[in-house]
Structure formats: structure tokens, C-alpha cells
Ligand binder design. Structure first.
Ligand code: FES
Length: 313
């Protein structure tokens, strides 16, 4: 018995060593390796560029697909609809439910996957390269799942119920792998959550001295440090606008962005992927960011010292 467990452990060790995975669990190790799979870059880079060209920065369709109007990325809730339907189909198949019910639920899942994929690929086109590598495999696996589910539906509709169910279970296996990769992207690689949220936790309550008004260039954004965080600071005459400097999308340096007028309001465009934020309150005007940029209230003291405090939400 002891011998058997020793030989299993040594086989696992040699598989890890072969794959170059040492101290982490096998799925995490494999997924981490995807992040460095440079071989697929020649597919990814032109594909991402084409998507960005077809959906130009600031267009209504792109903002909608990113989820700007809802304030959250659109892809996860849309994907949840399909995943729920696919899981329900498996349960209905397992309990031997009426085939019309399982086919209807499956068809709903397939239909829901189309807008989910459109939103996902739009988000994917403006990620870092490491994230895009994992996202590319995530979408290939999900496309495979969608093919299996479509085949399953066709078989069911042509009366081949048993074969349709088998194909459906294969689809569930594929979509589970796709879901794992999606989780890795969202939680381990932070593609989706705001990167500006910690700002308010790192700034103590109350007013803080930042700098002297006349040390700030007029009309040109600069970065100034306040304790642990970097701030975007723009002076126009005696007026100062202050936002968190790390873009809420993927932490790009906003002070290196360009200024732009949108609906007569001054905005800053992130230099990395073009998210546009209103200087007045940090609101998102255009994606890919969906979360606002933390904004600060400003007080210029009589002696010219600029003070800031986080703007209440
Ligand atoms: S980091 Fe992506 S838009 Fe700012």
C-alpha cells in the first residue's frame, strides 16, 4: 500500500518536473504556463488589433460591450446565463426529464453565449499580453464547448436523444475548463476588477497637504505622491483637479494621458487603452474602464498650499 502511494507521488513529481511546475497545484501551474506561451502571440496580436480597429475607442458599441453604461464588465453576467443553462441541461439529462425541456434550456444557453462572447472578446482586445494569452485559450475552449452544445442540440432535435446527451456532457466538461481559465483571468490576473479601488483605503480621512500651487505647471498634468498613492494633478490658473493616478482599468499612469473636451467637460484619456474619465468627478466617459476613477476635493489655502481629501462617493 505504502509502495503504491510512493509510486503515485513519484509519478506526479515527474509529471510536474516534465512540465516545469514545482511548488503549485497542477491546474494553477499549467494555467500560469499559458501566461508565458509566446508562441501564440503571432495570432493574438493581429487579432486584438483587428478587433480594436473594428470597434474604435469611444464608439457606442464598444462602450456598450465593455459594460460602461452598467458600471460593471458585461461579459461575466452574460456568461453566467449560458453557464446556468448548460448546468441545468446536464441536471435535466441526468434525471431523465422531458427532452423538449432540456432542448429549450440548452438552446437558451447557446443563444446567450453569442452576446457573452462579443462582450468577452471586446474586453480581451485591451488586456495585457499575458492576460490575452490565457484569454485566447479560454475563448478557444469555450468555442469548442459551444460547438459540442450546438451538435448536441442538433442531435436532440433530430431524435438522437442519447447521442445528444453524451455530447452535452462533453460540452459541460469543456465549459468547466473554460470557466476555470476565466476565473484565473479575473481573480489571479485581475482582468476586470477595478485597479483604483484601494485608493480610498490608503488615504486617511481629512485634508492633506499636497504641494504648493505655483509648483504645478499650468495646463499640464503631473503626478504627485500622497503617502502610498500617486495622484493625477492638473492646474488651470488657480483651479486644481485631482484624481487617483492609476487607471481603474489596468493601472495605467493617467498623468501621461492627453486632455480632451467631451460634452464641454475636461476629461483625461488613459495612455494605455484609451479609457476616458471626467476630471470633475472621475466618472467614466468611455471604456474599457467601467469603474470611476477616485476623485479628490481640493482646497487651496491662502499661503498657496494645495490640500486634498477623498471626494465622498
Ligand atoms: S490602463 Fe487600460 S485604459 Fe487605462
Amino acid at each position: 500500500m505504502e509502495e503504491t502511494s510512493k509510486s503515485i507521488n513519484s509519478r506526479r513529481r515527474s509529471l510536474r518536473e516534465t512540465l516545469g511546475i514545482t511548488r503549485m497545484s497542477l491546474p494553477v501551474g499549467l494555467t500560469d504556463r499559458l501566461e508565458h506561451m509566446r508562441g501564440i502571440d503571432r495570432l493574438i496580436v493581429p487579432l486584438a488589433k483587428t478587433i480594436r480597429r473594428k470597434l474604435p475607442s469611444g464608439s457606442m458599441a464598444r462602450d456598450l460591450l465593455h459594460g460602461v453604461p452598467t458600471g460593471h464588465p458585461l461579459h461575466p453576467p452574460l456568461a453566467t446565463i449560458s453557464l446556468g443553462c448548460f448546468t441545468a441541461t446536464a441536471v435535466l439529462d441526468l434525471i431523465g426529464a422531458d427532452s423538449r425541456s432540456s432542448s429549450a434550456v440548452l438552446a437558451t444557453g447557446i443563444a446567450g453565449a453569442v452576446p457573452a462572447a462579443a462582450a468577452g472578446i471586446t474586453d480581451w482586445s485591451v488586456l495585457h499580453l499575458e492576460q490575452q494569452r490565457v484569454g485566447f485559450v479560454h475563448s478557444l475552449v469555450n468555442l469548442t464547448a459551444l460547438g459540442l452544445y450546438s451538435g448536441s442540440l442538433l442531435l436532440r432535435l433530430s431524435g438522437k436523444e442519447r447521442a445528444g446527451r453524451m455530447l452535452g456532457f462533453a460540452g459541460l466538461a469543456a465549459v468547466s475548463v473554460g470557466g476555470y481559465l476565466g476565473g484565473h483571468l479575473a481573480y489571479r490576473m485581475a482582468a476586470g476588477p477595478t485597479h483604483a479601488e484601494p485608493t480610498t483605503h490608503l488615504v486617511p480621512l481629512g485634508w492633506h497637504d499636497l504641494c504648493r500651487l505655483w509648483d504645478l505647471p499650468d495646463g499640464r498634468p503631473v503626478s504627485r505622491r500622497l503617502g502610498y498613492i500617486h495622484l493625477f494633478v492638473l492646474r488651470h490658473g488657480a483651479t486644481v483637479k485631482v484624481l487617483a493616478d492609476r487607471c481603474s482599468h489596468l493601472a495605467g499612469p493617467l498623468h501621461q494621458g492627453r486632455l480632451k473636451l467631451e460634452n464641454d467637460e475636461v476629461c483625461v484619456v488613459c495612455p494605455w487603452h484609451g479609457s476616458t474619465f471626467r476630471l470633475e468627478d472621475g466618472a467614466v466617459v468611455h471604456g474599457p474602464a467601467t469603474s470611476p476613477q477616485p476623485a479628490f476635493e481640493v482646497n487651496v489655502r491662502g499661503d498657496g498650499v494645495v490640500q486634498v481629501r477623498p471626494r465622498p462617493i
